[in-house]
Design a protein around this ligand. Structure first.
Ligand SMILES: CC(C)(COP(=O)(O)OP(=O)(O)OC[C@H]1O[C@@H](n2cnc3c(N)ncnc32)[C@H](O)[C@@H]1OP(=O)(O)O)[C@@H](O)C(=O)NCCC(=O)NCCS
Length: 163
């Protein structure tokens, strides 16, 4: 096998996506705090309780890790989503509401692997549509989601200030 092909195969082999565990949460919280500059441990405790432990047939909290060093796997990122039914008059569909990859480990396929794994979970759960929401001026997630085949959908978001 050519060296470049071997290197690619080794990298793909080292990348693993699985369900989150309680022992991942310190790393998830640290990654989120690093990326958003806003530590929120209470929020993450609540998210882990709801998406890492309950209704697991329709709620998915997945992590990607690099297992090149099997004694010390490294967290690369996480994704969270769930199947929602009949909201906004929609037939059941899968919503992705959080996705983050360690800035030092981006552009190596972890985001793609997480979204692919989430798509597979949604399909297993019986839905055939995946949705997410992105700020109009958030260029990076727009580039990413577009590259993953996600396009503008049939809904528009409405809001107003409440005084
Ligand atoms: C968006 C994000 C999850 C992508 O993770 P990643 O591991 O770097 O993504 P991948 O390596 O799997 O990239 C898949 C494709 O996305 C596109 N893409 C990703 N980052 C890009 C960038 N900086 N510029 C242009 N295209 C980009 C490319 O088409 C890429 O495919 P290619 O490498 O074959 O060209 C990551 O940048 C991130 O965590 N960003 C901050 C948080 C965020 O925006 N989350 C999403 C909304 S909640």
């Amino acid at each position: 096998m050519p060296t470049a092909t071997k290197a690619r195969a080794a990298k793909a082999d080292a990348l693993r996506v699985r369900r989150v565990r309680a022992s991942d949460m310190a790393n998830v919280i640290a990654l989120d705090a690093h990326v958003t500059k806003l530590p929120k441990p209470d929020y993450w405790d609540d998210v882990f309780r709801r998406y890492g432990k309950q209704r697991l047939h329709e709620r998915f909290f997945l992590v990607a890790e690099n297992r090149a060093d099997r004694t010390k796997p490294r967290l690369l990122g996480f994704i969270i989503g769930e199947v929602r039914v009949w909201e906004f008059g929609s037939t059941p569909c899968g919503w992705v509401f959080a996705l983050s990859v360690d800035p030092e480990m981006r552009l190596h396929g972890a985001g793609n692997a997480l979204l692919e794994a989430m798509s597979a979970e949604f399909k297993k759960a019986g839905v055939s549509k995946m949705r997410t929401m992105v700020a109009r001026d958030a260029r990076l997630p727009l580039l990413f989601f577009r590259s993953e085949g996600m396009m503008a959908g049939p809904y528009i978001q409405l809001e107003k200030d409440l005084d």
